[in-house]
Ligand binder design. Structure first.
Ligand code: 13P
Length: 250
């Protein structure tokens, strides 16, 4: 049985004051939620503050939105896995489509980042997803399976809890359009089969697969009812305590 995971990706949003209020309100709203995991992934400058507010709630994970693969040194502007651990992170998003499209992220860089994150005990949330053109050309399965294989090659896993995959069709991100739950489930079934092929059936049955792309309180239940969807990676609707708590409590 996989524990649902609802993850907030704040992207490049929030000042300190608003962030603290949001997390305080959110924690009040979800104080009784024990049967699912929640991840909050703020921008780097808010990680320490958000960590202080989360405190020792073990089912609430602090996550970063990116990481560099070296531990330290002359890499101006980058942040390393030991640094993320130092401020309380337990998860890190890797390979978000915005980073692939705007900041040169590739399957190869994702692969290095995943290796570095895991070496330091961080759980990577690897993002995969196809563009509208690829979707319309019927290439979704091929694209996402290749992204998965490229980013996870060379890894070995003791447990499927050591990583998370987020399937985010690029055309559904921030657009208000979503994939249908059935269609998303089909693609995510292909991802699970690919993981089984790479790492074995036990790992594939343990790993959590998140859907992302215009997830809202009104549509989360439909996704969570699907067999291969174990949670969501939420952008816009995670920036308000009422909407994200409603998603967590779907
Ligand atoms: P939206 O929920 O705003 O569509 O963003 C999805 C996303 O990119 C989460 O990583």
């Amino acid at each position: 049985m996989r524990t649902p995971l609802l993850a907030a990706n704040w992207k490049m949003n929030m000042a300190r004051r608003d962030a603290k209020l949001l997390v305080e309100d959110l924690l009040k709203e979800i104080a009784d939620v024990r049967d699912r995991d929640v991840a909050i992934c703020p921008p780097f400058h808010l990680l320490a503050d958000v960590n202080d507010i989360i405190g020792s709630r073990s089912n609430i994970y602090l996550g970063a939105q990116d990481v560099y693969w070296k531990d330290s040194g002359a890499f101006t502007g980058e942040v390393s896995s030991p640094m993320l651990r130092d401020v309380g992170c337990r998860m890190v998003i890797i390979g978000h489509s915005e980073r692939r499209a705007m900041f040169g992220e590739t399957d190869e860089t994702c692969c290095k980042k995943i290796a570095a994150a895991r070496e330091h005990g961080l759980i990577p949330i690897l993002c995969v997803g196809e563009s509208l053109e690829q979707c319309e050309a019927g290439k979704t399965a091929e694209v996402v399976a290749n992204q998965l294989r490229g980013a996870l090659q060379g890894q070995t896993f003791e447990s499927g809890n050591d990583f998370v995959i987020a399937y985010e069709p690029i055309w559904a991100i921030g657009t208000g359009k979503t994939d249908s739950p059935e269609n998303a489930n089909k693609t995510m079934g292909i991802l699970r089969d690919t993981i089984a092929d790479m790492f074995g059936e036990r790992i594939a049955q343990q790993v959590r697969l998140l859907y992302g792309g215009s997830v809202k309180p009104a549509n989360i239940a439909g996704f969570m009812a699907q067999r291969d969807i174990d949670g969501a990676l939420v952008g816009g609707a995670s920036l308000k305590a009422d909407s994200f708590s409603a998603i967590v409590k779907y």
